[in-house]
Design a protein around this ligand. Sequence first.
Ligand SMILES: O=C(CO)[C@H](O)[C@H](O)COP(=O)(O)O
Length: 259
Amino acid sequence: MEAGLLVPSSPSSSSLSSPPPVILTQDELKKIAAYKAVEYVESGMVLGLGTGSTAKHAVDRIGELLRQGKLKNIVGIPTSKKTHEQAVSLGIPLSDLDSYPVVDLAIDGADEVDPCLNLVKGRGGSLLREKMVEGACKKFIVIVDESKMVEYVGGSGLAMPVEIIPFCWKFTASRLKKLFEDSGCVAKLRTFGEKDEPFVTDNGNYIVDLYFKKSIGDLKAASDAILQLAGVVEHGMFIDMATTVIVAGELGITVKNKK
Ligand SMILES: O=C(CO)[C@H](O)[C@H](O)COP(=O)(O)O
């Protein structure tokens, strides 16, 4: 583990009083984690480009380093249409898993990180492509601000997303809820806009957000049970996939490596 203070020390040893501590915004913390992760990027790499407000900073930084000639011959594999657009606007050369089935490094955010570095992802709706790209990489660096650290998956009380096909979605949602009745599960179709229209993923699917009142226990068993339901495409638990998690907090950066 490495740690580095973010709060600057006093500029002058002669000053008697310390300057007030700098309070960083959540977005500044996300940017700090993202920039740290990009230090792991080397010229010639095939890179998984994540999705979300944290990953956006990493993609911006990669674009900047390419422009400055400090990185060369990068091939990016975007995990969403949105990241694809961002990378194109930055001039990052892009390809896909068909052409590059092995990815050197992926950098992406997460919604939750548990003490074993298991993740919840997909509140931005891109969990399927993220899981495909990040499952194909040699190294997967997760970048988060400290608010994403939880004691157990589902521990934030926020959603664990499941991508499902639109056909008879209510049926699939009620089967998902039933799987986790003991954990007080609530299943909600993700919607958007004033008319509460179903949110549609880049793959043309819907998302059911699962909320748990308590831990769902064995994550592998939960994953198997979800994936066995016909109608389910993928879920947002990324179990044992992250190789490194970079956490930016008010007191500095912590780098946690998989044991
Ligand atoms: O999984 C994701 C998108 O599907 C994001 O990585 C996750 O939602 C974190 O987002 P943010 O960096 O905006 O907090």
